[in-house]
Design a protein around this ligand. Structure first.
Ligand code: PLP
Length: 394
């Protein structure tokens, strides 16, 4: 008789056989430009630590001091006994930073999406969603049980066609898009999307996880980048990427925030952000508000790295952000490239199907303000060596 869990072993074996099994590497050092990974010191081209805040001394100090004063755990969900003055301070500071009236925090960007989408739309409603939206948006849409209409990636024209065809058949409508798409590094044309949506009765939502702390003046995000203040109803963000900590945020119309305090299920049924995390995030806002230095360095580093990669002959895709895909084509080549880079002391992940389309496998390089010019040059030299060896460049 087969046992009830035998199928898992079969499925795992299928993943191993097709090269899709996730081998998880272990870091033995703080997050930064250089890491110790599985015992090797390697240059870090993998992390979302855009500004180098994950191990910033000021964030570490703030977290320690808050732990001394308040301890670690919130002890409850926000709506029962888990809201501390620090949580409210963070929400106030984030709202001011992002130039909105109100903001609400969650345990992660993922849970911010799971909270927000089902709170805004339900069974009688319709969601228009970019085809390449992030998994947490997709799951949020499924939880809402609304009709989901995908529109073509970053295409306001396709969005308009679908709105014309479907909007009238439903009660409420939500248009939702990633701000920065994490695999290609392209930016949603939010200005054009706003222009399309404004004449329909729809709620406009953007998930700016990779734009928070990256796009806009001093990292204020995609709404600031396009100067759409007051025009986007819901801006989801994360405190886990450029902010260097862990947490999620929803900023935007005060009614949306008020409603999420009452009806955002991960807010009501999952414990609050931990205290050291909250204190570290407040410090991150402080750093971002006091100077654009880190954000400027991030963009300078990205521009330099991309330019040099193109000069070497690599195809860096259509990114307009610090996310730098190095297009390689087939998944086995990308895997091999990543492996050889690791041997050269560079940690950069290969990404293949189903995360990206077949034939579009790549190495995704994540540039950070934490990288020095010497770091970038060392990375470029490794790419050149491996690129020639595998005949990707000549
Ligand atoms: C990373 C990411 C998230 C998840 O954020 P976490 O804070 O890590 O949970 C959500 N949406 C998008 C678009 C992301 O890239």
């Amino acid at each position: 008789m087969p046992k009830p869990l035998d199928w898992i072993e079969t499925e795992l074996q299928a993943l191993r056989d097709t090269g899709l099994y996730n081998k998880i590497r272990t870091l033995e050092s703080p997050q930064g430009a250089w890491l110790v990974v599985d015992g090797e010191k390697v240059l870090n081209f993998c992390a979302n630590n855009y500004l180098g805040l994950a191990n910033h001394p000021r964030l570490v100090k703030a977290a320690k001091e808050a732990a001394d004063k308040y301890g670690i755990g919130p002890g409850a969900v926000r709506t029962i006994a888990g809201t501390m003055d620090l949580h409210l301070e963070l929400e106030k500071r984030l709202a001011a930073f992002k130039k909105v009236e109100k903001a609400i925090t969650f345990q992660s960007g993922f849970s911010a999406n799971l909270a927000t989408i089902p709170a805004l739309v339900g069974k009688e409603d319709v969601i228009f969603s970019d085809r390449l939206n992030h998994a947490s948006i997709i799951d949020g849409c499924r939880l809402a049980r609304s009709k989901i209409i995908p529109y073509d990636h970053c295409s306001p024209a396709s969005l308009k066609r679908t709105l014309d065809e479907y909007r009238r058949d439903y009660r409420r409508a939500l248009v939702v898009t990633d701000g920065v798409f994490s695999m290609d590094g392209d930016v949603a044309p939010l200005d054009e999307i706003y222009e399309v949506t404004r004449v329909y009765d729809v709620i406009l939502m953007v998930d700016d996880a990779h734009g928070e702390g990256v796009l806009g003046e001093g990292g204020r995000g995609i709404v600031d980048h396009f100067n759409l203040h007051g025009k986007v109803d819901v801006e989801v963000g994360t405190l886990s990427k450029a902010f260097g900590v862990v947490g999620g945020i929803v900023a935007g119309h005060p009614l949306v925030v008020e409603w999420l305090y009452q009806r955002g299920r991960p807010f009501l049924f999952s414990s609050a952000m931990t205290i050291p995390d909250v204190a570290a995030c407040i410090e991150a806002v402080d750093i971002l508000e006091s100077s654009t230095e880190l954000v400027d360095r991030l963009w300078e580093n990205a521009a330099y790295f991309k330019e040099e990669m193109r000069t070497l002959g690599f195809d860096t895709g259509k990114s307009t952000t610090p996310i730098t895909p190095v297009m390689l084509g087939e998944a086995p080549l990308a895997q091999k490239f990543s492996q050889k880079l690791f041997e050269e002391g560079v940690f950069a992940m290969s990404i293949g199907f189903p995360t990206v389309a077949r034939g579009e496998a790549r190495i995704r390089v994540m540039i950070s303000a934490a990288h020095s010019k010497e770091d970038l040059d060392q990375g470029l030299a490794a790419f050149e060596t491996v690129g020639r060896e595998l005949e990707v460049i000549t």
